[in-house]
Design a protein around this ligand. Structure first.
Ligand code: ADP
Ligand code: ZN
Ligand code: ZN
Length: 764
């Protein structure tokens, strides 16, 4: 008997029977094909090879063995077990998050849009409509995806209906998804390959064709420099085409063969010498090494532009010299392009990058590369799941960042904390680096649980940017505002452009305007699935829901009272980009937000254009606040600071402080001191003063007091329970019942229940 993990949210491991003839092939960490439920097949992962027969059910036999070698090791399983225990989810859910999808083969049904179906939505229920919509964007959906979209387990009746309405069809598949990429290469046929003295004969055989002789010569030359020679190489070298090569193959001088090639980006640029450390960086490195020696987590608190990256490079170097592996975690794609380029400049091909935009095949290749000891992996949070064999250093860069946390689906984990657990598992060193530590990390450092290392000066002795706060209320009263820009901001932008410097404008909302309303009867255009107003997007000229993706055309008049004049309220990045052009007619303005970086390349193109000064003003959402390093930014503008702390979350102040400080940190990094303008309607808010003075300490003290009096981390642990259901009344009753039970057990430690900020999302 063996125990396996199924890729499902089932509570425990399941036991299966191994037929005698398969017994010798069973080992820890391989996948086996098993039946589960009525007639489903899954690839399950073996985690115990000598289990006993289960008492409460009859173990079914496994069907086949999928792997000859294990795909995970004991340490990986330990990490999964910790995640499953600490974040209260099943091992199957952790496995689903951890394994690249090509490893998760199973006989899941997939549905596809039928080709006859063409927008005839009449007669569809809301849910059917949602699936039909989803299939317009995605060629096919698995049952799991359908369940996720509808947020319900039972989807068969709905799928049956859609089938009957001829909107979808079903596709069954059970196949290994991964295919290695190959190129056709050319080599000498025998006997020439193993006996070069016979080559003369080959030349004689083709002596009547100059072009064949040239191709053969080209091959011989190329074979001195490279191991494998692609058809393409010969075409280029000898300027011949396929007819010539085919002729040589026919004469049995050459033969073709397929060679597997890597899909991972190979770094081809030059590798530069690593720069000298500054005295501050040398000190930091020394202090960090001491922290490592004490086996403690190290928090590197360095102001923006202090050169933390250079410190990481130093420590990475030391570990690589000892042939150890390093995992460099970054919050999300927004940071990867620039940072990976910087690291590749130093470490060349030893760097590999793992992020959400890799396709399946690239993921598998990276997985294999890590297994074979790839030295430096730069990765988003899922990098934790890679199969490291000799991991000795983990860097969590921008460790305060909220996107280290996965909210949905399970495991709902914080990669920063999981990385700390992982470092113990591997006996590896770990650094959390940031200019704006999270309250929890800083608290741990202050209470000496972590080693605290600080860098207070910017590289090159440049002063931190000067921050100005502008009271938008006053300017509004005096009618000085132009659109959403204060006169101070407009003036400073003009001055900055005159000096040939660049500008970053930060507005934490995408789209054109978040509200379309009728001023006569107060009607607002809202999402039909969620309790939020739809955002107007000028580029696509429609109204969109930022929660579920629902979109709708613009109505010509108010549907309630018929007033033909509907008014847009509020503003997002699209509107800023649009209207700024009126005030800065000559400036080249670009935008970086979720809508403009959808494609794999778009994001790095914007960053590249900005680096090379083809863009003067970059307008963006929180994407522009993170870790970017530009030389020539003279001014940063925060358009609506208030919106940063006005949302109901105990961490909203912390986020606001971090975002303002981080975006300010993009200014004046190289030549001269930069400037920051913060527009707010509430200039007396304490956060504004603290950001203004770079006073992390006051902020930290004030925040700690609040956290303590309201029973929040780091003094208390919080578990958030979310209940959802399509029927509001049922949900309310269930919640009341549930809370009563909880209060009996936990008393005043239960907070709530309360209706969320957005009560209904995707009809739940
Ligand atoms: P941080 O990540 O702390 O905000 P960076 O690591 O991006 O700061 O460094 C800020 C800038 O200073 C970068 O452009 C970097 O290349 C430069 N820099 C940092 N340290 C050095 C050094 N020792 N020698 C030369 N340039 C450095
Ligand atoms: Zn109206
Ligand atoms: Zn919606």
């Amino acid at each position: 008997y063996i125990s396996v993990i199924l890729p499902l949210a089932v509570r425990k491991a399941f036991t299966y029977l191994v037929p005698t003839k398969l017994e010798t092939q069973i080992q820890f960490g391989i996948r086996v094909e098993v039946p589960f439920g009525k007639n489903k097949l899954y690839a399950a992962l073996v985690i115990e090879t000598d289990s006993v027969a289960p008492e409460d059910y009859k173990a079914k036999p496994i069907i086949s063995i999928i792997d000859q070698v294990p795909i995970i090791d004991e340490k990986q399983l330990q990490l999964w077990q910790w995640l499953s225990a600490y974040y209260a989810c099943t091992l199957g859910e952790v496995m689903n998050a951890a394994l690249p999808s090509a490893f998760k083969i199973n006989s899941e049904t997939r549905i596809m849009a039928s080709s006859v179906f063409d927008e005839f939505y009449e007669g569809l229920t809301d849910k059917e409509y949602m699936i039909a919509q989803a299939l317009k964007h995605q060629k096919e959906l698995s049952i799991k995806e359908v369940q996720k979209i509808l947020q319900q387990k039972t989807v068969y009746p709905l799928i049956k209906n859609l089938l009957e309405k001829k909107i979808i069809f079903v596709k069954e598949e059970m196949q290994q998804k991964y295919k290695a990429k190959t190129v056709t290469c050319v080599r000498l046929a025998e006997p020439y390959r193993s006996n070069s003295s016979k080559l003369d004969d080959a030349f004689k055989l083709c002596s009547r064709s100059n072009r064949q002789v040239e191709a053969l010569m080209a091959y011989i030359q190329l074979s001195r420099e490279q191991k494998s020679i692609r058809k393409q190489d010969i075409y280029e070298k000898a300027t011949v085409d396929s007819t010539v090569l085919n002729a040589l193959v026919k004469k049995k001088i050459f033969e073709y063969y397929d060679k597997e090639v890597s899909r991972l980006n190979v770094y081809e640029d030059t590798v530069e010498d690593i720069k000298e450390l500054t005295p501050q960086q040398t000190q930091a490195c020394t202090a960090i090494r001491e922290g490592f020696a004490n086996k403690k987590v190290t928090l590197l608190h360095g102001v923006t532009g202090s050169g933390k990256t250079r410190v990481y490079a130093e420590l990475i170097q030391e570990h690589l010299q000892r042939n150890e592996q390093v995992l460099y975690l970054i919050p999300e794609i927004a940071l990867t392009t620039q940072l990976t380029k910087r690291m590749q400049k130093v470490f060349g091909d030893r760097v590999a990058v793992y992020h959400s935009r890799l396709n399946n095949n690239e993921r598998i290749e990276l997985w294999q590369a890590v297994l074979q000891g790839k030295p430096l992996i730069m990765a988003a949070r899922s990098g934790l799941f890679l199969p490291f064999s000799n991991l000795k250093l983990i860097i969590v860069d921008e460790s305060h960042d909220g996107s280290f946390k996965q909210f949905d689906p399970a495991p709902r984990y914080n990669a920063r904390d999981a990385a700390i657990y992982m470092s113990r598992l591997h006996d590896a060193n770990i650094i959390l680096g940031t200019a704006t530590p999270s309250i929890e990390s800083y608290f741990n450092a202050k209470s000496e649980k972590y080693t605290l290392v600080e860098m207070k000066e910017r590289f090159g002795g440049i002063q931190l940017p000067k921050i100005l706060v502008v009271d938008a209320k006053v300017e509004m009263k005096k009618r000085q505002m132009q659109s959403h820009f204060t006169s101070v901001l407009i003036h400073e932008m003009e001055e900055t452009l005159k000096r040939g410097e660049q500008i970053i404008l930060f507005q934490n909302r995408r789209g054109y305007a978040p509200i379309l309303k009728c001023l006569t009867c107060t009607w607002k255009q809202e999402c039909i699935h969620c309790d939020v107003s739809l955002t107007y997007h000028k580029y696509t000229n429609n109204m969109r829901c930022h929660y579920c993706g629902y979109h709708h055309r613009i109505l010509p008049a108010c549907p309630k009272c018929g007033d033909p004049q509907l008014t847009l309220r509020g503003f997002g990045t699209e509107k800023i980009e649009d209207e700024l052009q009126i005030y800065l007619p000559k400036a080249k303005i670009s935008r970086m937000d979720f809508d403009t970086v959808k494609s794999k390349q778009a994001h790095s193109m914007i960053i590249n254009d900005f680096e090379e000064k083809r863009i003067d003003v970059l307008v963006g959402t929180q994407m522009v606040t993170k870790g970017l390093d530009f030389d020539n930014v003279g001014l940063v503008g925060v358009l609506n600071a208030d919106s940063l702390w006005q949302f109901p979350d105990f961490r909203s102040s912390e986020r606001a402080f971090q975002m303002m400080t981080q975006v300010s940190g993009r200014a004046g990094r190289k030549q001269r001191q930069g400037k920051v303008i913060i527009q707010t309607f509430d200039p007396s808010h304490p956060i504004i003063r603290e950001v203004l003075n770079y006073d992390f300490n006051s902020f930290y003290q004030r925040e700690l007091l609040e956290r303590q009096s309201f029973k929040y981390p780091p003094y208390f642990r919080v578990i958030k329970l979310t209940l959802k259901h399509p029927k509001a009344q049922l949900l309310n009753e269930a919640t009341r019942f549930f809370v009563t039970k909880l209060v009996q057990l936990l008393g005043s430690r239960v907070l709530g229940p309360s209706v969320p900020h957005v009560p209904r999302v995707r009809n739940y």
